[in-house]
Design a protein around this ligand. Structure first.
Ligand code: ZN
Length: 134
């Protein structure tokens, strides 16, 4: 397993890119809207991982709620890459971990993703990712 990406909630990707791209020097290689999750995402490779900037596309987006609750953007989730997301979910479930998604759904770039509840991890929203290999 490895860290696939860090999900960072932002009010506006364009504004966040002024730091992550212009000041820090990362490159935004992919931008996409994930309708199902009501977010726009920008992916910036960083070593073998990436920074995923998340911008809400509506007021009832989970990212909009996160920003409202916190009063600002910030780290929203950590994504761990697995080769077999179904097996990872089964293992977590067997261990009694509280899952948000019991079955994987389609995330950015056609990946399979599933979220694990922060109550199970000690306070961090965890995303499991299985990359789309074609
Ligand atoms: Zn993510």
């Amino acid at each position: 397993m490895k860290i696939n990406h860090l999900g960072i909630a932002t009010k506006e990707i364009a504004e966040a890119l002024r730091f992550w791209e212009d000041a820090l020097g990362l490159e935004n290689v992919h931008t996409e809207t994930v309708e199902e999750q009501k977010v726009r995402v920008a992916m910036l490779p960083l070593g073998e991982s990436r920074v995923e900037l998340l911008e809400p596309t509506s007021e009832d987006s989970p990212i909009a709620k996160f920003i409202e609750k916190r009063g600002s953007g910030g780290i929203h989730h950590v994504a761990v890459e697995t080769d077999d997301i179904v097996a990872s979910l089964a293992k977590l479930k067997a261990a009694g971990a509280r899952l948000i998604d019991e079955t994987p759904r389609i995330g950015a770039e056609g990946c399979l993703v599933a979220f694990v509840h922060p109550a199970a991890t000690g306070g961090v929203l965890l995303e499991l990712v299985q990359e789309n290999k074609h």
